[in-house]
Design a protein around this ligand. Structure first.
Ligand code: TNX
Length: 533
């Protein structure tokens, strides 16, 4: 029998018998370092399932122990926090006598308790959850499992970001990549450059409100995530996607600001930082010095590097190499969108592979909209080079974070209709039309190792990261509707060792997730293809 867990665990054995979880059941902590995470587990079960557990002397026992987990291979890839001794493998055993959750580290125990949380919320009815007797030995396939969140095109305040962190944690995702800067806004304070937030943070796309995180708010978010074993990795997107910088400090920009109207309230910016000017580097150093200390858990800084429309290849490479050196000089490793592979990299750097598209067939596809005429050559020329990026990265010995547009861009429109008529208006409005719509089933019908051009073995992969870009998103409800129910599918690909997902089996597990989502007041697409509870 498959337990209703997402991601699917590595090994499960089920037995006869059950254990009943109900109000007043005790949680027993056998090492003091686990007290905090056990408290969080109790709080989460209360919200997800409406069941009140208590510290006690019998019931659910949590402990540090490595019994039985060494039969499972450690995760492949790289950790965003750079912690080489981390281990997330855990055991979970349910018998008619009680429940035991263990692992060699507190983080492993936390992952095990997360599975138990799901088992309780999926079984809960009227304050009681009857769990089947079972033994689970589980651990992740990949070490880096994340979501890239665009907080520029629409600004998501701290409360909404906390809700997203809660979603990541429930599905054992461990990286929140915050896309903090872009053409339409600058969302992080740099005290030595106050106009970045005073001027650059105003507005988003169209007439949407802007905003930024204060230093205190960011520290709180980073801690909230760390408490849930999620590392926040900051992205400062350079040298393209920097029009907000030029609005704040025009002297850093080109003499003439150039852009192409996309006809949908948004425009494509052709303005980039100039690697040949000293002011550029004084600026980059100021930004890195302000931003890096805000993210103490992250071993990486994401420098963007994507879509430098209108910039020469030579300047792009010169920029990436110097920016990367400044990051490394501050003790951090570099991650960037795949275009950075065109520069000389260090083998410890990481390249984020996103462009798995075949641009020529997209241009010829009559079902997809055609971009404005003056943009077409720029786009096609830029995108054609992309097919060499992953091979170049691998040749340099760097690993890839896989974020393929085809499978992991959550700003693709939803192909599944919603059973809720009120959601149909939002569904049809959301997502970028030129990607084509994708179903929830489509989102799990691939494999990170076997399914991508240029990749042939798991040791080329640092991890798996979904991305949500917010050009079409205007509210927290929109954001959640595009994240759910896709996010658990990304977690399935990042954590589970199953290389092929059987849709009927997966959708049965997915359907069981909805009581916890309802209790957490999360918005999700009521896909008619899933038999929600
Ligand atoms: C490409 S993905 C971008 C973003 C857009 C996104 C829309 C990447 C590195 N750059 O600037 O928001 O497409 O899906």
């Amino acid at each position: 029998m498959n337990l209703p867990l997402i991601p699917a665990p590595a090994t499960t054995t089920t037995h006869d018998g059950t254990f009943v979880v109900t109000d007043g059941l005790g949680v027993v902590v056998q090492s003091p370092e686990l007290a905090g995470l056990a408290e969080r587990f109790v709080a989460d079960v209360q919200v997800d399932a409406g069941i009140a557990l208590f510290p006690g002397s019998a019931g659910i026992t949590v402990l540090i122990d490595s019994d039985g987990i060494d039969g499972l291979a450690p995760a492949a890839g790289l950790r965003a926090d750079g912690n080489a001794s981390a281990d997330e493998r855990y055991g979970l055993e349910i018998t008619s006598e009680g429940v035991r959750v263990w692992g060699p580290t507190a983080e492993a125990v936390h992952r095990g308790l997360t599975s138990l949380r799901q088992l309780i919320s999926t079984a809960a009815a009227d304050g009681t959850a009857v769990l089947p007797a079972a033994r689970v030995i589980d651990g992740p396939r990949f070490a880096w499992r994340g979501l890239s969140l665009d907080v520029v095109r629409a600004f998501h305040g701290p409360d909404e970001v906390r809700r997203v962190i809660d979603m990541l944690a429930l599905y054992k995702l461990n990286v929140l990549h915050l896309h903090l800067t872009d053409d339409q806004g600058w969302r992080v304070e740099v005290p030595s450059r106050p106009l970045l937030t005073e001027v650059g943070a105003a507005g988003a796309i169209g007439d949407r409100p802007g905003g930024y995180y204060t230093r205190a708010e960011l520290s709180e978010l980073v801690q909230y995530a760390a408490d849930r074993y999620v590392t926040v990795v900051p992205e400062i997107d350079m040298p393209g996607h920097t029009s907000a910088v030029f609005k704040a400090y025009p002297e850093l920009g080109p003499d003439e600001i150039r852009s192409v109207d996309l006809g949908n309230g948004d425009s494509l910016q052709l303005n980039t930082l100039d690697p040949g000017r000293d002011e550029t580097w004084a600026f980059v150093e100021d930004v890195l010095d302000a931003v890096i200390p805000q993210f103490p858990q992250s071993a990486y800084v994401h420098i963007g590097g994507d879509e430098t429309w209108g910039m020469s290849d030579e300047d792009h490479v010169a920029f990436v190499e110097k920016a990367a050196a400044l990051v490394r000089a501050r003790g951090k490793k570099v991650v960037g969108w795949q275009e950075i592979a065109r520069a000389d990299l260090d083998s410890a750097d990481v390249v984020q592979y996103w462009l798995d598209l075949d641009v020529d067939s997209m241009v010829q596809n009559p079902d997809l909209p055609t971009p404005p005429e003056d943009l077409l050559p720029i786009l096609v020329e830029g995108l054609r080079k992309a097919k060499y990026d992953a091979p170049k990265a691998l040749e340099q010995g760097t690993k890839l974070i896989v974020s393929p547009v085809t499978w992991l861009y959550f700003d693709r429109p939803h192909a599944d209709a919603s059973s809720d008529p009120d959601q149909e208006e939002a569904r049809k409005r959301l997502g970028l039309e030129f990607y084509g719509a994708a179903s929830i089933e489509h989102g799990v019908s691939w494999d990170p190792v076997d399914g991508l051009p240029g990749i042939d073995s798991a040791d080329q992969i640092a991890g798996v990261e979904a991305a949500i870009w917010c050009e079409s998103i205007t509210s927290p409800e929109d954001l959640e509707l595009m994240l759910l129910p896709r996010l658990p599918g990304a977690a399935e690909k990042a954590w589970s060792h199953q290389t092929a997902t059987d849709w009927p089996e997966y959708s049965a597990r997915l359907a069981q997730q909805s009581p916890a989502w309802r209790n957490r007041t999360w918005t999700w697409l009521r896909s008619t293809e899933v038999d929600w509870r």
